[in-house]
Design a protein around this ligand. Structure first.
Ligand code: CP3
Length: 346
């Protein structure tokens, strides 16, 4: 047993325990599929406005916990608050996603701010305090940041791209400047996650949404190595910090990630072979995932079969039930309820 006063099943899994019923939460669980989110989101006006309004951000963080009784709450914020606090222009354009000032030349990186403007991020830490005081004690509170590679793909391209070609090209053409950008993001992420932990989150997740486009040597250089430095950097100040890594699309490289990045758990996307993930990854480290978000949209027999497959593959070991990526806007709420019942054997 751990020394914690209250049992938090998700933290126990990250300590390597197997639970009879796995803890469950959903990536992007606060979002537009919830009518109560849409109402608050409209009040806030913009995504960043919502991220930086502690009362509203705390409210949307708690909404999915109240509605579904999930085992973890994830701070409502966005991975792009980091470039914003580094002085880059960030906006969310309705229907189009994020827009940033793109980085086209190496000199732009040389001239970049290297320290986060903490006055910009102060409302995020205030949100954490508010959520913490309202959260049931058995619910794990997760903070997060984007991994440097994924954040850099948006900073270089200035927007989401289907194949992250602008960042990949930039990294091939200007490896030194790209490496300097990654270094800035590593340092900023250590600082940002450390402050989230000080403000009260129980664990943090590092989202590397676009890890899967990198060939193995670039994966090692731009995904494994920077994430390893973040984990070690956070633990210098917070040796007990619990950290989940999610290198989406890593495939077979997940074994190397699990061996070389000292995280407490790894997220699995829905594409990975489940036998491979059980025998090669879960044998090394607790896993989280990996229902196809579209099976949750479809519902019915496809959803039931998807849940059963995930449970059969992973529930006999240290495991957190989740989706293989964020919940989609068109997801019917009844399907989430059905999924939870099935996971919990109700
Ligand atoms: O999981 C949660 O509920 C916590 C909140 C959260 C958000 N973004 C809020 C948000 C988290 C963990 C993120 C992470 C994030 N943001 C990632 C990594 C994980 C992933 O899903 O891949 C990435 C790549 C981003 C960048 C980002 N933010 C994009 C590409 C978009 C636009 C796409 C979209 O869905 O509209 C956002 C906007 C955003 N961030 C929304 C939410 C709920 C939706 C916008 C809205 O409410 O209008």
């Amino acid at each position: 047993m751990s020394a914690r006063d209250v049992k938090k099943s998700l933290l126990d899994v990250l300590d390597g325990e197997t639970q009879k019923v796995p803890p469950v939460w959903l990536m992007r669980q606060a979002g537009r599929y919830l009518p109560e989110y849409r109402e608050v989101r409209q009040k806030a006006g913009s995504v960043l406005g919502l991220c930086f309004s502690p009362a509203l951000a705390a409210e949307v963080t708690l909404q999915p916990i109240r509605r579904f009784g999930l085992d973890a709450a994830i701070l409502f914020s966005d991975i792009l608050v980091v470039p914003h606090a580094l002085g880059r222009k960030v906006e969310f354009v309705a229907g189009e996603g994020p827009k940033l000032d793109p980085i086209e030349q190496p000199v732009t990186i040389g001239a970049m701010e290297e320290e986060l403007d903490q006055t910009i991020l102060a409302p995020v830490y205030e949100t954490i305090g508010r959520v913490k005081s309202d959260l049931p004690p058995e619910v794990t509170f997760l903070g997060f940041c984007g991994a440097p590679w994924t954040v850099a793909t948006y900073m270089i391209a200035g927007e989401g791209t289907p194949d992250q070609a602008p960042a990949r090209l930039f990294a091939y053409r200007h490896p030194e400047a790209f490496s300097a950008l990654i270094d800035i993001l590593v340092k900023a992420s250590i600082d940002y996650l450390g402050r989230q932990i000080e403000a009260g989150v129980d664990a943090v997740q590092i989202f590397d949404t676009w890890a899967g486009v990198l060939p193995p040597s670039e994966f090692a250089r731009w995904c494994i190595e920077p994430t390893r430095r973040i984990v070690n950097g956070v633990r210098e100040k917070h040796p007990e910090a619990k950290i989940i890594g999610f290198p989406r699309g890593a495939g077979a490289s997940l074994v190397r990630y699990a061996d070389e990045v000292p995280v407490d758990g790894v997220g699995l996307d829905w594409m990975i072979d489940k036998t491979f993930a059980r025998t090669q990854v879960q044998s090394r480290i607790p896993v989280q995932g990996n229902l196809d978000p579209l099976a949750l949209v479809a519902g019915g027999a496809s959803l039931d079969a998807g849940v059963d497959d995930v449970m059969a593959a992973f529930a006999d070991g240290p495991f957190i039930f989740n989706l293989g990526h964020g919940i989609l806007q068109q997801t019917p709420i009844e399907h989430v309820e059905r999924m939870l019942k099935r996971v919990r054997g109700l």
